[in-house]
Design a protein around this ligand. Structure first.
Ligand code: NAP
Length: 313
């Protein structure tokens, strides 16, 4: 794939397209100073990013929206230049909650539409104010849900113009097939956002999604922030990997840039999170070199089939 900074978009099955590189915006709200996300998104837009990945449960969507609106007001970008992905949380799966939930997100963002709206996880929690509802034994309270009915509600949001495209996240093949084989399906998922990086390359899911024209968006493409509260840190740090570092040396690039380039070069979109100005810019500098076929194979061989994000829920 010949990728340049200008042409780094990938077509979606509904006629829209997604920038291969986006800025992830999840940061622990307890440990992250207010305004960090706002600054990061503005720096990213100045650096050339046009794709921002966010979610209601990241608690900083208002900062993302403000950054986008400020950059539009400055004349740096137009709304249509930006690709924002928002997510439907587990407590909002009942179909009657889907549109109001997206409308709430749009109100927080102060935008008229999101470019992509995805079901964040394939399982539902009990609806209500608690985002992580638990019983007296500390166990999550799940909710009987029909994913196909949730999907139909997303289709209605697309028809209403509130989301330009609709997709899913953390879906396995069986769950994707369930949606795609749904009687009366109007739109199939354009993308599936899943963990994907050199230590977890997702060969089978990637092949399945390729066959069905579903773009994989790789989250934690740098191997996460290694926050022990939700990351399996027994798997070694990706960016210390000797192969990634050796290949980086050859191109005068960092292990992070090699890990990102590996994915975009095989058609996987990546959404590295950084709120650090230098690293935000560094992560964007992956369109001025390409890996050889041999290097791509070497990196593929690093796959350990171990997730950093175990999603124990
Ligand atoms: P990640 O992007 O793999 O890694 C982020 C960590 O790497 C941060 O600690 C960041 O710190 C650091 N970093 C960034 N650039 C770097 C560089 N060039 N060199 C060294 N370190 C660097 O992890 P992630 O946040 O887990 O995943 C990315 C995004 O995917 C999230 O923010 C979120 O938007 C999305 N996501 C979605 C799901 C889902 O279920 N759908 C799950 C997880 C994540 P600094 O900020 O200090 O640079």
């Amino acid at each position: 794939m010949n990728l340049t900074a200008e042409s780094h978009r990938i077509p979606l099955s509904d006629g829209n397209s997604i920038p291969l590189l986006g800025l992830g915006t999840y940061a622990d709200p307890q440990k992250t100073p207010k305004g960090s996300c706002l600054e990061a998104v503005k720096i990213a837009i100045d650096a050339g990013y046009r794709h921002i990945d966010g979610a209601f449960v990241y608690f900083n969507e208002h900062e993302v929206g403000q950054a986008i609106r400020e950059k539009i007001a400055e004349g740096k970008i137009k709304r249509e230049d930006i690709f924002y992905c928002g997510k439907l949380w587990n407590t909002c799966h009942p179909p009657e909650l889907v549109r109001p939930t997206l409308e709430k997100t749009l109100k927080i963002l102060q935008l008229d539409y999101v470019d992509l709206y995805i079901i964040e996880l394939p399982m539902a929690f009990k609806p209500g104010d608690a985002l992580y509802p638990k019983d007296e034994n500390g166990k999550f309270i799940y909710h009987e849900t029909d994913l196909c009915a949730t999907w139909e509600a997303l289709e209605a949001c697309k028809d209403a113009g509130l989301a330009k495209s609709i997709g899913v996240s953390n879906f396995n093949r069986r769950q994707l097939e369930m949606i795609m084989n749904k009687p009366g399906l109007k739109y199939k998922p354009v993308s599936n956002q899943v963990e994907c990086h050199p230590y977890f390359t997702q060969p089978k899911l990637l092949e399945f999604c390729r066959q069905h024209d579903i773009v994989i968006v790789g989250y934690s493409p740098l191997g996460t922030s290694r926050d022990e509260s939700w990351v399996n840190v027994s798997s070694p740090p990706l960016l210390k990997d000797p192969v990634l570092n050796a290949i980086g040396k050859k191109y005068n690039k960092t292990a992070a840039q090699i890990a990102l380039r590996f994915n975009v070069q095989r058609g996987v979109a990546v959404i590295p999170k950084s709120f650090n100005p230098q690293r935000i810019r560094e992560n964007f500098q992956i369109f001025d070199f390409s890996l050889t076929e041999k290097e791509m194979k070497e990196i593929e061989a690093l796959n350990k089939n171990v997730r950093y994000v175990e999603l124990l829920m």
